[in-house]
Each structure stands twice: as structure tokens, then as C-alpha cells.
Design a protein around this ligand. Structure first.
Ligand code: NAP
Length: 228
């Protein structure tokens, strides 16, 4: 973890200011995911990334139309947006964006990164998502351009083999690989699919998701389709 922080500080560069070191660029996190539903693993990952990479804020970006999801139930984008909003509202350093919810067509990360870069090109953007999703990055839309606007933080459980990311070097090249930063997150043992399975089986999801999210799911029967 220390290794990562030092590396990022090098990449961003520091300026000397009368002996004091100050950050040359603001750094912001973009937490990308389907959040179907959001859980404590996502929240712990975002907070850990904020700490480790000295990010000013983390903006959660729920996918509108996930480009690669088929074969299982994805809750309505507005439900996923509202659940994510409820989960992050108490953290002053967390924000949420509707950019992918409001954009029509598949939610390509390259479009999202171009959007945030255009909002503020002076910011160093860090896209945070699961290591398994990152392992698939070669199949993402516009892989060539995707590394232009952001670094990537690959959140994984402890013990996850980082060799898998290193193995992508041949496909991606040295520069993109240097922009992928692994981050171990113990709470990522929780997963959205496990929560959906529990809901299908009528089991409790208490303490896996924030209480407000648990109540929202129950009140709106967000995953009713799974029980049918
Ligand atoms: P996924 O395949 O559902 O997730 C892969 C793994 O990563 C799962 O174990 C998942 O756990 C975990 N994960 C997902 N988001 C995470 C996060 N923010 N922090 C920590 N772990 C996370 O992937 P996804 O959630 O749909 O996609 C992840 C991001 O990649 C999204 O922003 C998506 O838009 C982007 N993406 C873009 C493209 C493209 O541009 N073509 C293609 C694929 C993905 P949970 O199931 O518990 O979340």
C-alpha cells in the first residue's frame, strides 16, 4: 500500500513551496460499478482508495446500461442510483454522479472519463473498480483511449493474485500497466451477487449493506423479479 502511495505522489509530482511540499495537482476518485446493489465492500474500497491515494473526493458513478451484463437481473438504474445515494450521503468526501444514468446507450467508461477530464483537465482522475473488472479491460470500448484520462485502482480481496494484472502487460504495454494500481480491501469478501442470492432465498442482508439501502430494497421490492 505504501508502495502505491509513493508511486502516485511521484506521478503527480510535488512542488516545493518555501520548504513545504504541496500537491501539484488535485486528485479525485471515480468509483465505477453497477452497484446491484451497493454494499459495505464498495464503501470500504472507496474510503481505502481515498486514503491510500490522497484523493480529495470520490465520486460514485453508477452504470446506466452496463455494456457487458447479460444473463442476470440488473435493477432499474434509478433504483441503483438512489441506493448508491443513500449509501454515500453521510460521507462528506463522497459524491455521486448521474452522468452514466442520464447518458443514452451503453455506459462506456471511456466516455465517462472523457466527460470528467473535460470538466477539469487539471485534475488527476483515478477510476476505482473491482480487480476482476479491470482484468477485462482489454475488451472494454476504446481500450486505446481509456488510459489517456485516468489511472485505475483495482480493488481486490487479500490474497488476490496480482500476477493476473502483470500478465496483461504484453497485451496493454508498459505505460497502461503502470497506470493500474492494485489495492487490497478485506471487506470485498462481500459481493453484490451474494446479496442478490440472499434476497432470492429470503435471507437477511443486514450488516452487509447500509441500513438505509436494506430498507430501500425492502420498501420498493427492488429485487422482486428474483423471487418470482
Ligand atoms: P462486474 O463485472 O460486475 O464486477 C467485477 C468484480 O468487481 C465483482 O466482483 C464486483 O463486485 C467488483 N466490483 C465492481 N465494482 C466495484 C467497485 N467500484 N469497487 C470494488 N469492487 C467492485 O463489473 P461492473 O461493476 O459491472 O463494472 C465495473 C466498472 O467497470 C463499471 O464502472 C463499468 O461501467 C466499467 N466497465 C466498463 C466497460 C466498458 O467501458 N466497455 C466494460 C466493463 C466494465 P460486486 O459484484 O460486489 O460489485
Amino acid at each position: 500500500m505504501k508502495h502505491n502511495v509513493d508511486k502516485i505522489k511521484d506521478l503527480r509530482g510535488v512542488l516545493s513551496n518555501g520548504g513545504a511540499m504541496v500537491k501539484a495537482r488535485r486528485a479525485m476518485g471515480l468509483m465505477g460499478g453497477t452497484f446491484n446493489p451497493i454494499h459495505y465492500g464498495h464503501l470500504v474500497a472507496a474510503e481505502a482508495a481515498r486514503d491510500a491515494f490522497d484523493l480529495d473526493q470520490v465520486i460514485f458513478v453508477p452504470s446506466g446500461q452496463p455494456p457487458h451484463k447479460s444473463g442476470f437481473f440488473v435493477a432499474d438504474p434509478e433504483h441503483r442510483y438512489l441506493m448508491t445515494f443513500l449509501a454515500i450521503v453521510s460521507n462528506q468526501r463522497f459524491e455521486i454522479s448521474r452522468v452514466e444514468i442520464d447518458r443514452s446507450g451503453p455506459s462506456y467508461t471511456s466516455d465517462t472519463l472523457a466527460h470528467f477530464h473535460a470538466l477539469d483537465p487539471t485534475v488527476a482522475w483515478y477510476f476505482i473498480t473491482g480487480a476482476d473488472a479491470i482484468l477485462d479491460i482489454v475488451s472494454w470500448h476504446n481500450t486505446g483511449g481509456i488510459f489517456r484520462y485516468a489511472h485505475f485502482i483495482a480493488a481486490s480481496r487479500p490474497g488476490y493474485s496480482l500476477k493476473k494484472i502483470e500478465a496483461m502487460r504484453r497485451q496493454l504495454g508498459d505505460e497502461p500497466i503502470a497506470r493500474i494500481h492494485p489495492l487490497e480491501v478485506p471487506a470485498l469478501a462481500i459481493s453484490s451477487s451474494q446479496i442478490r442470492e440472499r434476497l432470492t432465498a429470503g435471507l437477511s442482508i443486514k450488516y452487509l449493506v447500509p441500513e438505509a439501502v436494506e430498507h430501500y430494497i425492502a420498501k420498493n421490492d427492488v429485487y422482486a423479479a428474483l423471487k418470482a
